[in-house]
Design a protein around this ligand. Structure first.
Ligand SMILES: Cc1cc2nc3c(=O)[nH]c(=O)nc-3n(C[C@H](O)[C@H](O)[C@H](O)COP(=O)(O)OP(=O)(O)OC[C@H]3O[C@@H](n4cnc5c(N)ncnc54)[C@H](O)[C@@H]3O)c2cc1C
Length: 184
């Protein structure tokens, strides 16, 4: 791991956690800042489709295969008549997909799994009760203002700022360009 400013990721949802692993595996130090005290548990996404499963397994999350529920067929229903409108049998695409099924694995479990596997490793920092307030692009880094658990404000230095939530942030146009860049 090289010594340089980390990539700071605001918000510790599933997208942030997976992005953090993908960057860290390329020797890029990351710091995830999540304002809640733990991964949010609510009724959201649970269905992982074949390309997503492959991406997660390739990142080292093969545990999800034994912990999740496999659904080789998925269906779209008419809510009123309760009739099946269409059924997709993914086993028919076994020659296309390494994992020809949908895997039911709730998104907060993905975050927890990533924390179990990578949390505490050098260059992989996932901090709860850290709320991102503002950011400012400097000439060769970004200053991120963060509210800490005790209510105090700290400025953290990042090489880039990857913002997953726009609202409430006061960022410069230049900073935004760099944000876009990281996705290219
Ligand atoms: C009711 C509902 C049902 C859904 N059902 C499905 C589904 O069936 N299938 C599907 O594929 N998708 C579904 N989705 C969408 C799915 O949940 C989202 O695509 C997914 O949560 C996006 O992940 P994320 O990591 O980008 O954001 P989020 O999961 O929203 O995570 C963002 C994180 O950022 C944190 N945060 C926000 N602001 C700050 C800040 N200033 N500082 C620090 N932390 C901050 C939040 O606390 C949160 O933990 C559903 C969404 C909802 C709301």
């Amino acid at each position: 791991m090289t010594h340089r400013d980390p990539v700071i990721i605001a918000g510790g949802g599933p997208v942030a956690a997976v992005l953090a692993v993908a960057l860290w595996k390329q020797d890029i130090p990351i710091t995830v800042l999540e304002r809640e005290t733990q991964p949010l548990i609510d009724q959201r996404a649970a269905s992982n489709h074949p390309p997503t499963i492959k991406m997660l397994v390739d990142l080292g999350l093969e545990d999800i295969l034994k912990e999740g529920l496999e659904a080789p067929k998925y269906r779209i229903w008419d809510r009123e008549t309760r009739e099946t409108i269409v059924e997709f049998d993914l086993t028919e695409l076994s020659d296309e997909f390494a994992y020809p099924f949908v895997l039911q694995y709730e998104q907060y479990k993905t975050v927890r799994k990533i924390l179990d596997l990578f949390g505490g490793k050098t260059g992989f920092n996932f901090l709860f009760e850290h709320e991102v307030r503002t950011l400012k692009q400097e000439s060769n880094h970004v200053n991120v203002e963060v509210k800490l658990p005790d209510g105090s404000i700290k400025t953290m230095r990042a090489s880039f700022f990857n913002r997953l939530r726009r609202r409430g942030f006061n960022y410069s146009e230049r900073g935004r360009n760099r944000l876009s860049w990281i996705y290219v």
